[in-house]
Design a binder for this molecule. Structure first.
Ligand code: BTN
Length: 252
């Protein structure tokens, strides 16, 4: 166990055997005034949630954690914290994986290994008025021991990808530690360093991709990220800025 707790002092760990969802628990605590740095960790979730209302299968053996933040920014900038979380997961798992494993970041916040999803991130926030946020909850799921066979994107786990064995406690500590590094960098320097690091390992940049949107799909060349983290999709002379969606390989 993370007795005492081995995490950077910023964090206050709240540990559970089972929750409905670590995001839900942390949102309840945020509404009750919990401090930034509160970190909720559950061994399993009975109602784990993914982006766009999708379920997140959450049996024991995988990592389910949520971090509460109270940055002084609006919702657009807070969305960049998803990149901080993806970088944190990538940097936590990279040393465990064979060099040939093929670690990549898939816009906006997924982490892939060998083209399969190993981690998903769910950001939720509450407005405080005047364009500011009261809180942001960064929910992070990492498939350590198992992965769902049925999901909208092929998945994998650290075990299936041949990673060096790691305990949930050590993985939690590594992800939280790397997240804090990127969060503090974002506070001090803005999004630019996160954007650079993310693009260095991004899936599909320069290639044709399909982007699933709330109201349909768009296909085009993934031309990179803008300064705020939106995806730039080119179709001939047209360049479109996409703030929310899911990337898939283009159907040939
Ligand atoms: C996605 O890829 O759709 C996002 C998945 C996010 C899953 C994590 S697990 C911890 C936290 N609690 C939840 O209910 N969801 C997030």
């Amino acid at each position: 166990m993370i007795a005492g707790s081995g995490l950077p002092a910023f964090f206050r760990l709240e540990r559970f055997d089972e929750l409905d969802s670590t995001n839900e628990e942390l949102k309840r605590r945020a509404a009750a005034g919990a401090a930034a740095g509160t970190l909720v960790w559950a061994r399993s979730q009975s109602a784990g949630r993914g982006r766009r209302g999708r379920p997140w299968t959450s049996p024991p053996g995988n990592l389910y954690m949520s971090i509460l933040l109270r940055p002084e920014c609006g919702a657009g900038a807070a969305a960049q914290l998803g990149f901080a979380a993806a970088l944190a997961v990538g940097e936590a798992v990279a040393p465990l994986l064979p060099a040939s494993a093929g670690l990549a970041y898939k816009w906006p916040n997924d982490v892939l290994v060998g083209g399969r999803k190993i981690s998903g991130i769910l950001l939720e926030s509450q407005a405080a008025g005047e364009g500011r946020l009261d809180w942001v909850v960064v929910g992070i799921g990492v498939n350590l021991a198992s992965f769902p066979e049925t999901s909208d994107y092929p998945a994998t786990s650290l075990v299936a990808a041949g990673a060096t064995p790691v305990s949930l406690e050590a993985l939690l500590k590594a992800v939280a530690g790397r997240f804090l590094v990127w969060y503090e960098r974002w506070l001090a320097e803005g999004f630019a360093p996160l954007r650079r690091a993310w693009l260095a390992r991004a899936y599909g940049v320069g290639e044709r991709v399909r982007v699933r949107l709330a109201d349909g799909e768009s296909t085009g060349r993934f031309a990179g990220l803008d300064e705020e983290g939106a995806l730039l999709l080119e179709d001939g002379p047209t360049r479109r800025r996409i703030a929310a969606g899911d990337v898939f390989p283009a159907v040939r």
